[in-house]
Design a protein around this ligand. Structure first.
Ligand code: C2E
Ligand code: MG
Ligand code: MG
Ligand code: MG
Length: 288
């Protein structure tokens, strides 16, 4: 019995816990092998200006083809093992190379790259960013680095310093999944960021409930008043597009507008859904 064996052994008394631990280490082995074999791929999801359909940027998103495992499951494994440093560096390089190709083609599409909190602790991070920009010649402002609130709050001064260093390379910084983490209005204004990505839960809820709409309206106003570009995540319905535009949020991402695709399939602009209540000039006016 594990409990009796003492020492530093992990105590696994319940069969479910044991099974979970076995599954986990099997998954860890698969993830490690996938990282070593470079089995991960990137797809790109457009960020769309809802006033004219222009694709302003594309977010690079990891996929593990043939594995049946989604990023929500394998990214945490990559983080726990530290493998995210290597995989994430590859993501940065490949995504920026893709953006440089678009740039060379005369397109205006920028690139958004997710950074794990673990990568923020990588002493080489700023240098990696500088290097890939120098190697590809991509204008820095075409790259947006997406960070989540997670670890930022643990050491706010260090986070502010790092984000400021990143921004000094000329890239933009986005706060991802805003509202789901330890969102504190007390620190938001201190973070040197350019973009606020409002989590899909707020976008979703706002079209069904007046009270939730009040919350979304406040978040959009807060972001705009702080001088940030506000991006809505997870737009799946036309009513959400209408609401967001009426609140002054002009950029969004979501399956209604465009799904993640291979880089060669990322369009320059997308066809917008027919808006039910608004005319073109209304849109221009409302979104100001
Ligand atoms: P995220 O950065 O918030 O990325 C947006 C996620 O929302 C993506 O999920 C995207 O496919 C999904 N999404 C987009 N539009 C819609 C919609 O209309 N409805 C719904 N339900 N979902 C939508 P995905 O690709 O599964 O990635 C999940 C998370 O995994 C990402 O969330 C990010 O936190 C992480 N991730 C993905 N790729 C990377 C990466 O290269 N590096 C790091 N560190 N994390 C990554
Ligand atoms: Mg993201
Ligand atoms: Mg997000
Ligand atoms: Mg999200």
């Amino acid at each position: 019995d594990a409990k009796r064996s003492g020492g530093r052994q992990v105590v696994l008394s319940h069969p479910d816990q044991l099974q979970a631990a076995v599954d986990r280490s099997a998954m860890d082995r698969r993830v490690r092998a996938a990282a070593a074999d470079d089995d991960f791929e990137l797809v790109y999801q457009p960020l769309v200006d809802m006033r004219d359909g222009r694709v302003v940027s594309a977010e690079a998103l990891l996929r593990w083809p043939g594995s049946g495992v989604t990023p929500t499951d394998f990214v945490p494994r990559l983080e726990e093992s530290g493998l995210i440093i290597g995989v994430g560096s590859q993501v940065l390089v490949r995504a920026v190379e893709q953006a440089a190709r678009w740039w060379a083609e005369g397109r205006s599409t920028g690139i958004s790259v997710n950074l794990s909190s673990i990568q923020l602790g990588d002493a080489e991070l700023v240098e990696r960013v500088r290097t890939v920009l120098a190697d590809t010649g991509l204008p820095p402002e075409r790259l947006t680095l997406e960070v989540t609130e997670g670890l930022l709050l643990r050491d706010l001064d260090a986070a502010v310093d790092l984000l400021a260093q990143l921004r000094r390379t000329g890239v933009h910084v986005a706060l991802d999944d805003f509202g789901t983490g330890y969102s504190s209005l007390a620190y938001l204004h201190r973070l040197p960021i350019d973009v606020l990505k409002v989590d899909q839960t707020f976008v979703r809820a706002a079209v069904t409930s007046e009270r939730d709409q009040v919350v979304l309206r406040a978040i959009v106003a807060l972001g705009r008043d702080l001088g940030l570009t506000v991006v809505a995540e997870g737009v799946q319905e036309t009513s959400q597009v209408e609401l967001l535009l009426s609140l002054g949020c002009t950029v969004a991402q979501g399956f209604l507008l465009a799904s993640p695709t291979r880089p060669e399939d990322v369009p320059v602009s997308v066809e917008l859904p027919r808006l039910l209540d608004l005319t073109g000039s209304d849109v221009a006016e409302l979104a100001g």
